[in-house]
Design a protein around this ligand. Sequence first.
Ligand code: NAP
Length: 489
Amino acid sequence: MPGTRQPVAKLLLFGATGDLAQRMLLPSLYGLHADGLLPEALTITGTARAEHDDADYQKFAEKALKQFLPEDRKDADKIKSFLHRLGYQPHDASDVEGYKTLAEKVGDVSGGLAIFLSTAPSLFEPVIKGLATAGLAGETVRIGLEKPLGYDLASSREINDTVATAFSEDRTFRIDHYLGKETVQNIMALRFGNSFFEPIWNAQGIDNIQITIAETVGLEDRASYYDGAGALRDMVANHMLQLLALVAMEAPAKFDGAAIRDEKAKVFRSMRPIAPDQVPANTVTGQYGAGAVKGEIVKGYIDELGQPSTTETFVAIKAHVDNWRWQGVPFYLRTGKRMTTRRSEIAIQFKPVPHSMFRNRGGLLQPNVLVIRLQPEEYIQILMMAKEPGLDREGIRLRELPLNLSLDAAFAGKPRRIAYERLLLDLIEGDQTLFVRRDEVEAQWEWIDAIRAGWTANDTKPKSYPSGSWGPSAAIALTERDGVTWQDD
Ligand code: NAP
């Protein structure tokens, strides 16, 4: 069973009453159930401290489904049959002794058990110990871990070491939900399923790469977690570096967990460490002040938090991958809260043509840009030069036009699955391809820790930026110094 791609017979969900469970996990499991993708006999046991019996929890889950499922996915019969799969055991995860009762509720695990930890990382240690003592960590059991997996290399190693005492790497599934997104997987289809990008997908063909994850929301109800984390740890250390790796990696020989993760890990290990004296020139941090987002007046971070803080809600970084393919190509990363618009996007800016034959006739050229939009829309677009119709008597007019591949439109008839559907199914079936391996996580933290050390050494404080903007003006200067403009429209 371990490491093999066999479906398990049982699922145990920690944090079963939490926000993630209600908004994502239960609706995703239902979606898989409704489409007949879950093993026929799969049972799902939820656990958290709240006192519920099975019937109560089924009601709780029904309410979550009613609230969070899109209307067209609600089917009364299917909801009813899904709820039959659910059971519940109240349990305090920090009580290592109490796991016996949980194990009794789960019952025989010889047919395979997948555990999903949707709880605070501070509970990982007692959970692992408790599971091991109660016989819920044997060879037939695999475990899925939600982020954050630590807050630096040392704490991440500690978590990984603890997990490794009970679960081998081939039974450990570290979740980065970005990898469950269709458009993210499409980066691989685009690069390795088409022949014409590869010859120019390198320092000879590409001028720079920009990765943006912009949110319009502020703190929401994540204040205590977010203020201790900040944008670098919350977004860059995982999602943005995973995107960077998929864009920068060499072609894996096969679509499988080992081949793809080997190539991503090589990228992380090739990232140029940013030394403390280089940090001020290569990073910008910001914190949102008051402003207006989409016409709505919003408070600044400190007012929202209710106390002083130097946590960054925005970060921009100029990164390099020091290998043959990418020598000299800057990767500009940028993420922030309370930005102008919600957008996750990768923009690949190609080199200009070596010589413009149109210049003497007034024609202006822009370098080609490939835009991979991940959110909120899903499309791939190539900005290409075209000639405007006309007799050209006043000069040749050239215009940048988009060549569009709209995934939303092309696959309009196909159900679009949320990332957790894919990831939960892969966990249940034992496919690790879209989960993050330990060496990847640790190489990511090593690079991130150097930046944080640089901020400490330079006493870096985030610059204020108005809510509803693209961050502090220093972020614009970060690219403009290199003659590069952020792809903002
Ligand atoms: P949450 O709403 O605070 O829920 C936490 C869950 O854990 C609840 O079911 C809670 O139920 C349970 N819990 C807390 N202390 C417990 C204990 N001592 N023993 C047993 N159960 C306990 O958190 P969440 O937003 O669902 O997030 C869960 C995890 O996913 C966190 O690690 C978070 O960082 C991560 N995550 C969340 C999101 C998101 O969008 N929400 C996104 C990415 C990652 P009781 O209070 O009844 O025990």
